[in-house]
Design a protein. Sequence first.
Length: 205
Amino acid sequence: MIVLALPRGRVLDASVAFLAACGMQVPPEIHATRRLQLESGDGACRFILVKPVDVPTYVEYGVADAGICGTDVLWEQSPDVHQPLDLQFGRCRMVLAGKPGTPARSATRIATKYPRTAERFFRERGVAVEVIPLSGSVELAPALGLAELIIDLVETGNTLRDNGLVVIEEILQCSARLIINRASFHTRQQEIARLLDSMEKQLSW
Ligand code: PRP
């Protein structure tokens, strides 16, 4: 049985729809249950439901053979895993944002859920900033004076707009990716090959 780590939250529905389209028998209760481990109808796969930022940890340590994970998380964490497929859903952008007219180079404090990405972004531009790590509601920071700028995800743009912020610069185009544990790639070659094959077929359909 192959173990697949799925991200709870906003990408779960799209992940489950994609897996079902690939022919996996995902149990329908996956959307409602509080159980964090479920088996596929044919017993070929066990799904574990974890926070999106934790998917690489489960896969890197081999607790899961594979997982579905956003480019934003992979960019931030640089986990030691295979990343064979862009699954083409969960599309969004990682951006630098702030109140209209805030010059990027004058900012001293940046609030974000992506502290390593923020450090790297400003270091590459030779700008010294203080990065303030937050775990959510990042768009509040400029309004309340916690930071001049934020680095965060934008999907519809509603959260930025409703909090009086605008995109200053795009940093990264994001989407969901399949990641695979390096050892599983070799020790479970057949199952992984079958999984990849079904996903590639579905993506090219
Ligand atoms: C994400 C992201 C933005 C928002 C963007 O947060 O961090 O805040 O969605 O989406 P939009 O452009 O469609 O408005 P999430 O909803 O996951 O909640 P969080 O603030 O608790 O991280």
